[in-house]
Design a protein around this ligand. Structure first.
Ligand code: NAD
Length: 274
């Protein structure tokens, strides 16, 4: 049997879905975006796609990822738009709030907020789950998201868009990442409740629910080689997705094409049901 590139060897991205695969056609011209976790994996692919669609893009990221952030900003600028790197930790309320103000100061406003920063780690079981570990997951995925959203709402006008990176884990939680799955379910509740509240201001709030996507988060979970090699093979499409394969979903939700879409959860899962 012939193996396809990227299908079994997860470390080599499928050539047709690499970082250059998203071109763009000005669908976000003149828009100003802030993406948390925008230097790596899904957030980086979204940052590049937004810039190629005409947006200025600020990315918030952990300080130790400055090299990746500089590289992402360079790609945003290559697309002819303004980029901004905001290093810090979204578990810190001042930082999660301040990134909104820094983006508004630099770009003169904010139209698109992508709440994407996230953390997960495999667990041995409920009984041994350390408080400091689930605290990190809750603070990154929930508190950070809520603080940034709270700061952004007064800055967002009609036609603006908030997009949360949730997960298929919100609907089909794995016990090995119980605390992470809890935060993803709570993110969906946030999206639906916030869409209800903010609709009257013309602000749309939606989620993307990715399935298995090959990003730096995955090798960081500490899985063994076999589990890494088979990651995503249980999907109908039989493989993990590449970050660039999600970018179009975010562009759609951020753009006028989605002007009547709010409170939605868009699955990008390789065919797995939510
Ligand atoms: P990644 O590790 O490549 O990116 C995570 C990003 O979050 C990085 O940019 C990092 O700087 C940022 N981040 C993490 N903790 C932070 C903190 N405390 N403060 C500031 N920034 C922080 O992983 P990814 O897979 O691209 O993850 C992005 C989002 O996608 C996460 O919310 C994750 O839960 C979600 N997701 C991923 C998958 C997958 O299979 N990879 C599936 C479903 C959902």
């Amino acid at each position: 049997e012939q193996s396809q590139p990227g299908l079994t060897d997860q470390t080599s991205p499928r050539p047709d879905h690499g970082e250059d695969s998203y071109t763009g056609s000005g669908r976000l011209a003149g828009r100003r975006a802030l993406i948390t976790g925008g230097d790596s994996g899904i957030g980086r692919a979204v940052a590049i796609a937004f810039a190629r669609e005409g947006a200025d893009v600020a990315i918030a990221h952990l300080p130790e990822e400055q090299v990746d952030a500089d590289d992402t900003v360079a790609l945003i600028e290559q697309a002819g738009h303004r980029g901004l790197s905001l290093p810090g930790d979204v578990r810190d309320e001042d930082f999660a709030t301040g990134i909104v103000e820094s983006t508004v100061e630099e770009f003169g406003g904010l139209d698109i907020l992508v709440l994407n920063a996230g953390y997960q780690k495999d667990r041995d079981g409920i009984e041994t789950l350390p408080t400091e570990e689930f605290d990190r997951v809750f603070r990154t995925n929930l508190y950070g998201m809520l603080w940034s959203a709270r700061a952004a709402v007064p800055r967002l006008g009609p036609g603006s868009s908030i997009i949360v990176t949730a997960s298929i884990q919100a609907y089909s939680p794995s016990h090995s990442i119980i605390d992470y799955a809890m935060t993803k379910a709570a993110q969906v509740a946030f999206v639906q409740a916030a869409a209800d509240e903010l609709g009257e201001k013309g602000i749309r709030v939606n989620a993307v629910a990715p399935g298995p996507i090959w990003t730096p988060l995955i090798p960081g979970t500490g899985w063994d080689a076999e589990r890494l090699a088979t990651f995503g093979q249980d999907t109908p499409l039989g493989r993990a997705g590449q970050p660039a394969e999600l970018a179009g979903a975010y562009v759609y939700l951020a753009s006028e094409d989605a002007s009547y879409t709010s409170g939605a959860v868009l699955p990008v899962t390789g065919g797995k049901h939510l």
